[in-house]
Design a protein around this ligand. Sequence first.
Ligand code: UVW
Length: 327
Amino acid sequence: MAEHWRDVAERVRNWGKWGPNDQLGTLNYITPEKVVQASRLVRTGRTIPLSIPIDAYGPQGAHGFRRNPIHIMSVDGGDENVARHLEGWGGSTEAQIREFWKGPMRFNDDYIIMPLQGSTQWDALSHVYYDGKLYNGYPASAVNSFGATKDSIDQVAERGLITTRGVLLDVAHHRGVKYLPPNTIISPEDLDKVAQAEGVTVEAGDLVIVRTGWRVNFLETRNGEEWAIHSPGLSWRCAEWLHQKQAAAVASDNIAVEVFASELPDAGLVFHLLTIRDMGMMLGEIWDLEELSRDCAKDGAYAFLIAAQPLRFSGAVGSPVNPVAIK
Ligand code: UVW
């Protein structure tokens, strides 16, 4: 009889471990010494970006609350000769533009409108909760119409985290497939096997990156709905594995890091609950691990320096990120 997830939750809960006011959770494992150790992994200076393009052609849009990013130009080349139309029109900004436009300088400006969970992203510790509590025991009501007043993404961004040792556990490559079949559940034992085959160990403060190959599935099908709901990923039991390793964070190339068709449908996405709410571990989702996979297969170096800073959105429960692996 499998153990109840609530018993595991009791064991992995890190509340109070870094003090009653902590809002960083397992990122506390990234010490200055850890950053120095990780920086020693850099050998060639090769940089590998791990984000998908932020545009209208991503995997979102299959449901109402997350759309693909919308990019809008607010000043563009059509405004090259706009000054002649601003004579006697608008306010002081337009008057200033008229002045600027007397010289050769022109500029372009733009906006992006997107859900913060709509692309390659970090889930902040305020992203999920249960039983009315967030990570470190803060009440769920701390996230309200003013934003997340606790456990928000800017807590992390303000400190310049996350730079550490990244470890790629390439499950799809290990199994010799382009991508894992739909709904594949990756167990803790699978992670051990992959790590052993790659000759790498997961250490305290590491960012663990699990590749399912599911990015390729999306590029082949362009079917965001199928991509999301049949996404392979980690078993909820991997939360305790990450807890024991003292990993700082975990990321993957799928929608939720964990397998989306929940193993425990009555409880929902239990890996989310255990990692984010109990352990205080951020999840990185929708990362593009294809180039990194090829590179690691070529040089056999599955550990590297990684920098994956969230943006400093005040009170936000997540952030887009352009993670970069540096070898
Ligand atoms: C949910 O599933 C609620 O969010 P995500 O997978 O983006 O963390």
